[in-house]
Design a protein around this ligand. Structure first.
Ligand code: ATR
Length: 264
């Protein structure tokens, strides 16, 4: 029986096992997908099990998307350019790291019926998924990307990777067409303390968080008449791309799939 894992810390909240196991069953693939909470010191031994074919594939989540890179033989161009890996496969005896968060975000935005080209984007947060979001946004030809993070140094580190980024201090607000919450604020009911009430008509408020379905950030935006979207489709599409890499099959995304992710 083939074995797949998502590794991270914390990992209890991950809905990847639910989604992948559903697709595995639907496609009659004899495999099982589980979660594994690890520490940084465990990365090498977990990845070596892929080389030894004891594990057939790994998804990587926060905070190890960069930390796994030294243990891999090869990176996809997207993983290389973002220095972020969320999917590992053994290919011709080489450990290859892919980044499917980029495709996940891109497809989620494309489904929105919102033309993002030429738009001004304001990103809150500078954590694990942000390089992928920036990479995707640049490919979609947005006009400007502005970033704000509580720890400014992390925003500055991103700027050394993506030179055209603009940085504003945490707590300050700038003009934008699209605002993306990529912080963990909202996972536990927190509110983001920024005053959006001025000019937010016809803006898009996007939250990478999908559980809860509607964070306070999105609730506020909706009240003020903005378009809102959570990170569920991004999550589903990154999983879709990983499934394709491992099994060579495009799994179905339908209302049943979206429904099973609501039952937590
Ligand atoms: P990591 O930082 O390990 O990659 P993450 O979940 O990907 O983890 O990112 C968490 C993000 O939420 C970071 O941008 C973090 O800001 P810091 O870089 O300053 O830590 C942000 N965040 C978490 N709690 C926050 C809070 N109470 N106020 C503001 N930002 C917060």
């Amino acid at each position: 029986m083939k074995k797949y894992f998502v590794i991270g810390n914390p990992i209890d909240h991950s809905l990847s096992p639910k989604l992948h196991n559903y697709w595995l069953t639907k496609n009659n693939i004899k495999a099982v997908y589980d979660r594994k909470k690890i520490n940084k010191g465990d990365i090498q031994s977990v990845i070596s099990q892929v080389k030894e074919k004891k594990i057939n594939g790994i998804n990587v989540t926060v905070p190890f998307k960069k930390a796994v890179i030294p243990y891999l033989d090869q990176l996809s161009p997207e993983a290389e350019q973002t220095q972020s890996v969320n999917t590992i496969i053994l290919s011709n005896d080489n450990l290859v790291g892919h980044n499917t968060d980029i495709a996940g975000f891109t497809k989620a935005i494309e489904e929105l019926n919102f033309n993002i080209q030429g738009k001004k984007i304001f990103i809150l947060g500078a954590g694990g998924v942000v390089p992928s979001i920036i990479f995707a946004l640049k490919k979609m030809n947005v006009s400007e990307i502005i970033i704000s993070n509580r720890t400014k140094k992390k925003a500055e580190d991103l700027k050394s990777q993506f030179h055209s980024l603009k940085i504003v201090d945490w707590g300050e607000i700038t003009d934008f067409d699209v605002i993306i919450n990529a912080t963990s604020l909202g996972l536990n009911g927190e509110t983001i303390n920024l005053n959006f009430s001025k000019s937010i008509n016809n803006k898009l408020f996007y939250d990478v968080i999908y559980n809860p379905v509607e964070t306070n950030f999105l609730k506020e935006a909706k009240k003020l008449g903005s378009k809102t979207e959570n990170g569920k489709l991004m999550f589903v599409y990154q999983a879709f791309e990983a499934f394709k890499i491992w099994h060579g099959i495009e799994p179905k995304i339908n209302s049943e799939v979206l429904e099973i992710l609501n039952n937590d």
